[in-house]
Design a protein around this ligand. Structure first.
Ligand code: ZN
Length: 440
């Protein structure tokens, strides 16, 4: 009896697997873009094979004269432009600021939304970003009590579809984090931020994050009137390196940015404080610029002309000087009419306005993204032996980068997530704010 049940289960599983995904897939790529160089090859076949143990697929062969195995699932993208997936190097999947008229209320969000609720929200956000072609996301804090780790694990276990995540756990900051508390409510800071003022507290906070699943360390360099010193920031770098990790620094003042550069952080996040001189220093040290360059648009939060001009001018300056650039958004808010993936790709506006060439923007969104995520040796580029992640558009992004606004095809770890512009189940997800305090 027992063996018969096992047999039927095996049969069911086998049929199930057969229906959902073949062991081999052959993708017919009409135009295959090497995003590192901008080179395009025509009529390539990408053969992908699933590892039966992990359920994940890698790229087996690429070529124009491959014989397609008879048992392979054929995916016809003959009329499309195929390339590696996109990367957002700075977002927060487990938060969408609550919408009140003229007010994205961050405090209300962190007080009222539990970590389990935010974990579910982060899954939804990741799903929406993957639907827009983002196969890797650096998720840099503000996710409650490690909702980011939970989502990363769930995606890695194959429970839910989502981007590959490089998550930071809880943001580490000097007393108060990025908040302005009252003495009566000092506990508000946690779990959005880990207070770490002394060297011992810094080491402890880093180890705590890594223990609970962080893959990169996020520090608020200068969020308070008492920024970290260069020596303290160096301690961040060495302690994270002790566990093989890098440090990303939120910077909002010129002095904070200067110290972060001197200390050799991996990336400087947010562009407001960066200028020509700091860019030159960043080039020398090989530090990534994660500018989170919010575009100026009528549907976005208001922005002065001066801020917009400075933003685009400085982005162009960084590009001209050869600073390592990553595409990044910080798009953790609700804009009616956009899901989080659609909102993410809107940030193209800034890169276009800055006058960056299409091929360079595409490289920033892909090749540079794989490098800042430290994935470039196994995931991202379409290469033999690499994870089977890829996207396709119906127009050529090298001719018009806006082609990326309409990603038609998304494959993640060999699984077809989106085809002919359609994602199964996307309509079930919604990017609206969770329970407002009046609507509970
Ligand atoms: Zn951020």
């Amino acid at each position: 009896m027992k063996s018969r049940i096992v047999l039927s289960l095996v049969t069911l599983l086998f049929v199930g697997v057969g229906l959902s995904a073949a062991q081999k897939s052959a993708i017919k790529a009409g135009h295959l873009i090497d995003t590192a160089t901008g080179a395009v090859t025509s009529n390539q076949i990408i053969l992908v094979e699933k590892n039966p143990t992990t359920g994940r697929s890698t790229i087996l062969e690429i070529g124009s004269n491959l014989t397609i195995p008879s048992d392979a699932q054929v995916i016809d993208l003959s009329n499309q432009w195929v390339m590696g997936g996109l990367v957002d190097a700075h977002d927060h999947l487990g938060i969408t600021y609550k919408e009140e008229p003229e007010n994205w209320n961050y405090y209300m969000t962190i007080i009222m939304d539990s970590t389990p609720l935010r974990a579910i929200q982060s899954m939804s956000t990741g799903f929406q970003k993957l639907a827009s072609g983002f196969t890797i996301v650096r998720d840099l804090g503000n996710n409650g009590l490690y909702a980011d780790t939970a989502l990363r694990q769930a995606i890695e276990m194959g429970w839910v579809p989502g981007p590959t995540m490089i998550n930071s756990g809880i943001i580490i900051g000097a007393f108060g984090g990025q908040l302005y508390e009252t003495p009566e409510q000092e506990s508000t800071v946690y779990p959005e931020y880990l207070n770490a003022d002394t060297n011992d507290e810094i080491v402890k906070a880093i180890r705590r994050n890594i223990h609970y699943g962080a893959k990169v360390i996020k520090v608020c360099v200068d969020c308070q009137a008492y920024p970290y010193t260069i020596d303290q920031l160096k301690l961040f770098v060495s302690e994270a390196a002790n566990a093989g990790q890098k440090v990303s620094g939120h910077v909002q003042t010129r002095e904070g940015a200067r110290r972060a550069i001197e200390a050799g952080l991996w990336s400087l996040d947010h562009d407001g404080a960066l200028d020509e001189e700091l860019h030159a220093m960043m080039v020398k040290k090989g530090i990534w610029r994660v500018g989170t360059e919010t575009p100026k648009a009528d549907f976005m939060r208001p922005m002065s002309d001066a801020t917009w001009e400075r933003r685009t001018k400085m982005l162009k300056n960084a590009y001209d000087q050869g600073v390592k650039l990553a595409f990044s958004t910080d798009a953790d808010y609700y804009i009616p009419g956009f899901n989080r993936g659609e909102l993410t790709i809107e940030f193209l506006r800034t890169w276009i306005a800055a006058g960056i060439p299409n091929a360079a923007i595409l490289k920033v969104l892909t090749t540079n993204g794989y490098e800042i995520s430290e994935m470039q040796d196994r995931r991202g580029p379409i290469k033999v032996g690499f994870a089977a992640d890829m996207i396709a558009t119906s127009q050529n992004p090298l001719e018009d980068i806006n082609a990326l606004r309409d990603v038609q095809f998304v494959m993640k770890d060999g699984q077809v997530f989106k085809k002919d512009g359609v994602v199964n189940g996307l309509d079930f997800f919604h990017n609206g704010p969770v329970y407002g305090w009046r609507k509970r």
